[in-house]
Design a protein around this ligand. Structure first.
Ligand SMILES: [Cu+2]
Length: 144
């Protein structure tokens, strides 16, 4: 009986480790939308993100500028922006806790403390809250 249980447990461990390794190695989906400007889920805002460094490379601590506009194009000056993200294929979040500064003018918000510590598919989600409403948008990034 114990032998069966141990055998089953060993098989389970092999299956789980195998699945994790397979997931880590999987390439990003070919049809991933990599656009840097997108509407939020409910369409309240139009958001554009731009890195403050040249190519976004693995391991570099850097900032992004998020420009938040209403659907009609007018800049949003009183938003609270919070950042979340991670690697969907690896099941982990961001290695840092990026923070958005206050409004920098013309709908721009500086997102400081971003670091991608491995190559592959990353998601960066911005939750935006202002008198116009609460909405979120997720950007896909592929880090070499
Ligand atoms: Cu990862």
């Amino acid at each position: 009986m114990l032998r069966w249980i141990l055998g089953g447990a060993a098989l389970l461990v092999v299956a789980v480790v195998g699945f994790m390794a397979w997931r880590m190695m999987a390439p990003p989906p070919a049809d991933l939308d990599l656009s840097r400007e997108r509407p939020t889920e409910a369409g309240i805002y139009q958001v554009q993100i731009a890195p403050q460094i040249g190519p976004v490379v693995q391991g570099a601590l850097h900032s992004w500028v998020a420009t938040v506009r209403l659907a009609d194009g007018s800049p949003v000056e009183d938003a609270q922006v919070t950042i979340d993200g991670g690697m969907p294929q690896h099941g982990h979040g961001l290695p840092t806790a990026p923070q958005a500064t206050g409004h920098q003018g013309e709908g721009r918000y500086l997102i400081e403390g971003v670091r991608f510590n491995m190559g592959g598919w990353w998601e960066l989600t911005l939750d935006i809250s202002s008198p116009a409403g609460e909405d979120s948008v997720t950007f896909n990034l592929v880090i070499e």
